[in-house]
Design a protein around this ligand. Structure first.
Ligand code: SF4
Length: 187
């Protein structure tokens, strides 16, 4: 079902702000750029999650497959949270920032589902799915909570810097801050 006609993007943005998103924008999905280099970085396992999670490559398929899946949607609600660090070496703060971002994003996706029941949407967030303590991928068993699985933006080869520029959202929000971005794709 195409929902564009009934989606109130201003209301959606307001809701995201209420749930503590710092920056929110709506862009056309056709403006999202995909890069094979980012997928190659996944393969080099910089984050240590390659081949360990149903939400990450190779489980989510090749770049082209992902691009087709994403291009079935028309609009992207882009959400950013900004977290203040103690200093540039505040590793714990960086981890906390990601945790807080994911929690806010989950609340936002739940709120959207409540506002628009049956809406065809897909979330993409920062980092692999961490919903379960241990992902079933390595045991070759199906995902336990497909409704809770949110794949990482980079896993689909999406360039977050480009995404920030296209959305008019600053990629960097100043010294001693860390910013994370997520997306809700909407039809
Ligand atoms: S919900 Fe659990 S089983 Fe499914 S991808 Fe996430 S961590 Fe893995």
């Amino acid at each position: 079902m195409t929902m564009n006609r009934i989606l109130d993007f201003e209301k959606l943005k307001e809701q995201c702000k209420l749930l503590k998103a710092d920056n929110v924008a709506v862009i056309d999905v056709s403006k999202i750029t995909f890069r094979q280099e980012l997928r190659d970085m996944c393969k080099s396992n910089v984050c240590g999650r390659y081949g360990t999670n149903w939400a990450c490559p190779p489980a989510i398929g090749e770049l082209e497959e992902g691009r087709k899946k994403i291009n079935q949607f028309t609009k992207a609600l882009v959400i950013q949270t900004i977290y203040q660090l103690e200093d540039s070496f505040d590793f714990e703060g960086m981890m906390e920032a990601k945790k807080v971002h994911k929690e806010i994003f989950e609340e936002i996706t739940d709120a959207i589902k409540t506002m628009y029941p049956g809406l065809n949407s897909m979330g993409l967030t920062a980092g692999g799915c961490e919903y379960c303590e241990k992902c079933t991928y390595l045991d070759n068993k199906p995902c336990r909570f497909p409704d809770k699985l949110i794949p990482p933006i980079e896993g689909y080869g999406i360039d977050v810097t480009d995404l920030a520029n296209t959305s008019g959202i600053p990629y960097n929000n100043g010294p001693h801050t860390v910013s994370y971005m997520s997306v809700v794709l909407l039809k």
